[in-house]
Design a protein around this ligand. Structure first.
Ligand code: SF4
Ligand code: SF4
Length: 364
């Protein structure tokens, strides 16, 4: 049953994260008019601004429209009261990661800056523990050979199991998200099957076509496209690298096609992330506010890419710090891959679910 009582704590948290003066919204509707992604029926974000102003958490969390927004900032640019609805929707998405995190503490761990040292310490201790258990915890003499210090078979197996566990648990949270959308936002019309609905939005997802409609922040399409495909390429290369390590074909030569693919993915990621960081620090289109969650994702992805390149160079140039750099790279891998469902990176899953939900005709 829908709880319509105002949740003051929720409203305060929304204001704190977004920096938006929620009470100053005068419901003029300009934000919904200028939004090129908003549907004609029950458009957003004006109605979300009412929910936010009243602290109606049930109407905001688990609301598919919050995820149909691609944070272009057009609405914030045109808001006559400077309320920044784009940031309010972004803050709602952040609170969504926390609400559906499974286990719950993972949402807090990655949503609060004060807990960052613990979030770092966990992978550091686990990786060190694996190396210790394998009996290789001693920097080897001679030319750099990562296999002598890092037990690849142990690490690959442990990372795979932990990633699988993390994603399986996260699926319970995604299921709760779907259930809440059904409770609070489900329409009564005909509903399409899930697979057909996903098929209907696949072009929007893979071609990033909805970003094209953004006016204020049009470079988002390029940066998201580069990061999305750069990351997919990197995942493919990582899977091959695991196979190569198992079959003892590791390390790969610089001319190996997978090595070339890996370097290409790094270039794509650097360019995409560079545009994103530039937009946040210098250009600031739509007065987009950058929060801890934004920087955690951008920072961890940037460090993952940079450390990957540096680790490769360190091996070829025989740097004495090579093993420490590799250790740092593994911590970055943990942050981006294993923590994925609990950080802003989880938006690739939440947004896909919400777009599928809306396309299926379930959106009220
Ligand atoms: S957020 Fe701004 S543009 Fe949107 S309804 Fe409120 S005052 Fe108007
Ligand atoms: S940020 Fe862009 S997509 Fe999101 S509600 Fe505002 S105008 Fe629409």
């Amino acid at each position: 049953m829908l709880d319509l009582r105002p949740d003051i704590e929720f409203k305060k948290e929304l204001e704190r994260i977004s920096g938006a003066p929620l009470n100053t919204c005068m419901q003029c509707g300009t934000c919904s008019v200028v939004c090129n992604l908003s549907p004609d029926v029950k458009p957003f974000p004006r109605k979300e601004m009412v929910y936010a102003g009243w602290g109606m958490s049930d109407k905001l969390i688990g609301n598919p429209d919050v995820w149909l927004c691609h944070q272009c900032g057009d609405c914030s640019t045109h808001c006559p009261r400077g309320v920044n609805p784009a940031d309010v929707l972004s803050a709602t998405r952040q609170l969504t990661y926390r609400k559906y995190a499974m286990p719950l503490f993972m949402g807090k761990l990655l949503g609060k800056p004060g807990l960052l040292p613990i979030a770092i310490l966990i992978p550091v201790l686990i990786i060190a523990g694996i190396i210790f258990a394998a009996g290789t915890l001693k920097i080897p003499e001679g030319p750099v050979n990562y296999s002598l210090f890092f037990p690849h078979a142990w690490l690959n197996a442990s990372f795979s199991v932990i990633t699988l566990l993390s994603y399986l648990l996260a699926c319970f949270g995604f299921g709760r998200f779907w259930k809440d959308m059904n409770i609070h936002h489900s329409g009564t019309g005909p509903k399409m099957g899930l697979f057909r609905s996903f098929w209907g939005v696949k072009n929007d997802i893979f071609a990033h076509s909805r970003f094209k409609k953004c006016e204020e922040n049009s470079s988002r399409k390029v940066s998201h496209f580069l990061v999305f495909y750069g990351f997919i390429l990197l995942l493919l290369v990582t899977i091959f690298a695991i196979y190569a390590a198992i079959t003892e074909k590791y390390p790969l030569a610089l001319t190996n096609p997978f090595k070339i693919m890996g370097n290409l993915s790094s270039l794509m990621l650097f360019t995409g992330l560079g545009i994103m960081i530039y937009n946040r620090i210098v250009a600031k289109p739509g007065s987009e506010r950058s929060t801890y969650t934004d920087w955690l994702l951008l920072g961890s992805m940037f460090l993952l890419t940079a450390s990957g390149v540096i680790v490769e160079m360190a091996r070829f140039l025989d740097w004495s710090l090579a093993y420490y750099l590799y250790f740092f790279h593994l911590v970055c891998v943990w942050f981006v891959i294993i923590y994925l469902p609990y950080t802003k990176f989880g938006h690739i899953i939440y947004r896909t679910i919400a777009m599928t939900y809306a396309f299926s005709g379930r959106r009220k």
